[in-house]
Design a protein around this ligand. Sequence first.
Ligand SMILES: Nc1ncnc2c1ncn2[C@@H]1O[C@H](COP(=O)(O)OP(=O)(O)O)[C@@H](O)[C@H]1O
Ligand SMILES: [Mg+2]
Length: 207
Amino acid sequence: MKGKFITFEGCEGVGKSRQIKLLEEYLVKNGIQYYLTREPGGTEISEQIRAIILDGKNLAMTDECEALLYAAARVQLIKEEIEPRLKRGELVFCDRYVDSSLAYQGKARGLGYDFIRNINAYACDNFMPDLTIFLNLSPEDAFKRKGGADSADRLEISGMEFHKRVYAGYLELAGKNPERFAVIDASGTKEQTSGKIVAVLKEKGII
Ligand SMILES: Nc1ncnc2c1ncn2[C@@H]1O[C@H](COP(=O)(O)OP(=O)(O)O)[C@@H](O)[C@H]1O
Ligand SMILES: [Mg+2]
């Protein structure tokens, strides 16, 4: 029996972390077993790669190097955690996955989708998610919601134009992969969004 692999995507500050927490509460309350991980990271080696990517000292890192490091962290996570669990029939959630590379490095940084697809082909060809939950909220709206200083800071650091390109990338990816993407309107209250996520997971027979 093959398990189910579900990823969460969306722009900075749209509420991914919060929604994953709410989903965990629902799953625990209903006695549903799951495994949650995140990208980049999720294994000792992948977390070390994450530290290199996020190290402020590494200003000279090229976009290509960054994209390759994300792919390296991803293949380690797949082999160590995701693949074995899916083989055992488990339910696996991941906070960000290859669509983040496509939207951020491919679209927003301008490397192109093909470059990202090619370097990720080995890493995740057979491990595309069964379902990708895209929390749909524009970066402007996320910023306006003033969800907190943290999200505002992160949005300001890289610049709104960059995040708008990320958002455009996500919309393109969702448009091209309608069978895999569940586009969830994330403009409502956190409870409303959480309800929509649970409803989609039920509708798809995942929980
Ligand atoms: N539905 C919502 N309504 C209002 N504020 C929200 C909502 N969802 C999330 N937030 C707030 O927005 C900010 C960013 O949320 P977070 O879960 O950290 O987003 P992400 O993980 O996608 O970056 C947080 O301060 C959070 O409290
Ligand atoms: Mg988060």
